[in-house]
Design a protein around this ligand. Structure first.
Ligand code: ZN
Length: 96
């Protein structure tokens, strides 16, 4: 199968993503969807979301710009729970 993917394919796919694909936050701005209207610029589209994540579409594909903090927030909460469980276990050990 020939590789005929191009900027327009990736830009159209990213444009359809009106919410952050990681956490669902609303998209707040999109730049460069129509690079033909901005002559002299390399084809690139950027979508930004309320969570702070950005995704970039170029002729080579879609890449993460600024990462969505959702997974970092989940990891931080898991570390918090783990610390609480460790403290509880330690308190039980001291009481026994
Ligand atoms: Zn997000």
């Amino acid at each position: 199968m020939p590789n005929n993917y191009g900027y327009a394919d990736y830009a159209a796919r990213l444009d359809a993503e009106t919410a952050c694909p990681c956490c669902g936050a609303d998209r707040n701005i999109t730049w460069g969807l129509d690079p033909a209207a901005d002559s002299g610029r390399e084809d690139m589209m950027i979508a930004a979301y309320d969570c702070g994540a950005t995704f970039q579409s170029t002729a080579r594909g879609i890449a993460a710009g600024d990462p969505c903090p959702a997974s970092a927030n989940v990891a931080a909460q898991m570390l918090t729970y783990e610390a609480q469980m460790n403290a509880r276990d330690a308190a039980k050990g001291r009481a026994a």
